[in-house]
Each structure stands twice: as C-alpha cells, then as structure tokens.
Ligand binder design. Sequence first.
Ligand SMILES: [Zn+2]
Length: 507
Amino acid sequence: MAAGPPNDTGLSDGGKNVGRLIRTWCALAVAALAAACATVPDAPAGPSLDAIEASLARDIATLSDDSFAGRYPGTPGEAKTRAWLIDRFVELGLAPGAGDGDWTQDFTLVRHTPATEPGSVTAGATRAGRSLRFSDDILASQPGADRATIADVPMVGLAPDVETLRPGALANRALVLPASELARLGAELETAEPKVIVLTSADRESHERAARLFESGRWRLDSDKRDLALMLLSPEDSARLRGLIGSNARRHPDGLGVISYDTILDLRFEQAAERIDTANIIGRLPGTVEGAGAVLLLAHWDHLGDQCGPPAAQDRLCNGAVDNASGLAVMAEALRLATREGPLERDLIVLATSAEELGLLGAEAFVADAPVPLPTIAAAFNFDTMAVAPRGAPVVAVGAEETPLAYGISEVARSLGREVVSSVQADAFLRRQDGWVFLREGVPAVWATSTLADEKAFEAFLDGPYHGAGDEFGPALEMGGAAEDVLLHAGLIRYFGSLQTYPGAAG
Ligand SMILES: [Zn+2]
C-alpha cells in the first residue's frame, strides 16, 4: 500500500472518517436481479480456514524474512524475491506470462534532482539587442530529462485578471510567473503547455519556499516522456529580468490574457539522475476457451528496504509482512484453490508488481506495455495489505462501484456468508493501490478485502507497524480475515473466469 501525499486525508485526519460502514445498495439490487442471473457455482469442498492460515503463514514468513532485506527494487532483496516468485508460480502450474517465454517484464525507474555542480545551469534573456545572463543562483528542473535545452523561446506573462487559459495557449512560450501564483494556476498551466515556467521571487522567503519544490525528485518510469520544465530565479535575478522587460509590454494580439514581453529566453541545464533496474513478474494459465479474455490477479512484491525508522534505531528493516507479503500469499493460495480442478474458461494472468511503494510504477509499466490488450481483461483483482482483520469481517470492494463487477462480487461474497459493505476509507485508498492504474485505463480493477472493513484493526495497523520496522511476521500476526479473503477470491476467480457466470460487461 503506497504512502499518500503529505496532505492526504486518509492518514492525516486521524481516521475520524474511518470505516463509517454503510450497507450498500447491493443487497437490495441482488434480490431484485437474482432471478435473471446465473448463480454462483458450488465450490469444491476446500481446506479449513486453519489450513489456509497455515499456508499463508509459510509464504508470509518467508517473504518477510530478514534475508529478503525489505524487498527494495534493484537490490539483492529483489533478486531473492524474484526467484521465490518464479518458483511459486511454477508450483502453481503457471507458464511465463511476460511474452517471449519470459517471467519478467523489465523496466527502469529514474529520479531527477537539480545538479549541484557549478555551470550545470546557464540561462539568459535578450530584448531589443540587450542581453542579460542570470547568476548561478538558478534552479531548473524537468522531471524525466537528464538535460534540457530551451533556446530562443519567447517570454510571456499573464494579464492580472486571467483565470482560464485556452489549451495550448502557451505552447513554445516561456511563461514568467511569480512563484506565489504557481499553486493557484496549477492545472490551468498544464493544459496551456508552456515550454518552461520561469518563476520569479519577490524576496528571500518566497524564494526559499519555492526552492523546496525543486529539491526532492519523484521516482517515475524512465521513458521519453518529459514533464513541464520549471526554472526559479533569485529575487536579484527577478529584479534584473523586470528591468530588462520594462513596463511597455503589450497585450498579445490573441486577446486571451497572454502578454508578450518581446524578450527571448535561453536556458540549458543538466540534472542529477538516479536509476533503478527492476521487473514485474508475470505468470499465465491459459483458459479453455480461446478469445474469452482474461482475469488478472495482481499484488505488489516490493517494499521499503532497510531504511525504516530513525537512523539510530536498532532494527530498521522494513520486512513488509502485511504490506505486502500477505497480498502475495493470499493471491497464491486463492489461485491454487480456484484452479484445483484445472484451468478456467478465461485466461488467468498473475502479476507481481514492483515499485508500488514508489508510486504504483510497476502497474504503470504493465499498462504501458501489457502482454495482452488491456480491453481483453474482463476483471482484475488487486491483493494488498490483506492480513489485518480477524475472521468474521465483511468485505470492502475498493473501486467496484466504477466497474461492472460489483454485482458478481456481492453474489460470491453472499454465497460465502459475507456481506459487501462500503467504507469512507475506500475513497481515501482508491488511488493508493495498484488497481487504480488499471481503473484509469478502463480495466475493471477491484481491491476486495477484509482489511478496510474492520475500522479498529485497520486504524491500529496504520498507527502501528504500517511502513515501519514493526511490520514483521510473528505468532501475533492476524490472518483470520486474510484466510476468509482467500476463499472469497477463489470464488471470484471461478466466477469471473467462467463465461456462464460472467459473460462479460455487456452480457
Ligand atoms: Zn505500502
């Protein structure tokens, strides 16, 4: 489960909205529709919950062992995790699913931060034959680019009263903007597509505040995609630029609030880059009906490595027993139970993602280069942070309302004596789990779990071991809800893997 943004209400509101459980409308709708719909197939007699817990315990204990070193991408912990996953996938009867007979879908992550060497940024402006070169006290960044050259770009400003900008209005322009205006105009600026935004600062304080934007880079997929370029001028350079532009700036003839400064910007800079080579592990069990599409199961294998807790702490290893050894364990056991009597009609694709904790990046890498066309995925189920609630918890199906899967999930849950409930928490975590990346692409993806259905247990987890050295395996680890979620998912895999019970969204 990925950390939220700093102001994410999911964690910072102290959980006051947590788990206000509301019965969904499903119970009523199910009664009304039941006559028209196929029923849930009987599950073959299965193992006891105790036996399932024992099987989960084995996988969780192994994956969260100190020898896996917190499963950070690009480390020996990754190599060990990969080997374990491939063995486990073979044991489950899967074939390599990444294409070309490979188990791994390789990709590279990159994080850019401003270069610190002198001369790594040079910039100047020219107007009517007069030139100025900015001091070395410039910050420049463009996430995704090792270096950038922005030459001969006209500088423009915004009319003071402007509130909306036409898409593309700033294409191939350098927008000069007081740093204090950036937050207010954020989304508007992105669609206006300026080549670069030149942030000016009025004083040291506003300069320092804006400088923080440039300091910590975010991990992203290493690709040709570049984000918006930003440059920050010191108060002194800001004053020099104002002097060069002067006060006789005229309104741009398009009359849409863009002011031409008749001034040209030249900017060149390099950035410091860190890179990590990592991989998703993908297995596949072909279905019996060709062209019937696929059910996708996914769980992230990565965690936070060995940097949990304060530097002086004795144990800093982020074992990630709950987050997310438990997800991998529940996924494997549900798959085993669902396919005991052979393959299903639909293909099963089993995906262990990397770099979820760094921003759902393994899921992004999968959808960017999926081994099957995304529209052929009839249903996707994400397994994240599963070992939290005890037995007897209902089910929260995060994302289900945005998919055609809600009815079937309720049916399967009901056949197992469980109820699907909604939770305010579900909204807070919708965008913090891998399923979100699939939903965004139109793939129906649901995180169905007991975890969010037990408000107290979930809050205790967030306030306690979550993303800390204490997320370890031990006799006290609660696996009751996880074991019931194994049975739920075995049922879901059979239900959505069958053309009889789930013909498809339009069926
Ligand atoms: Zn996490």
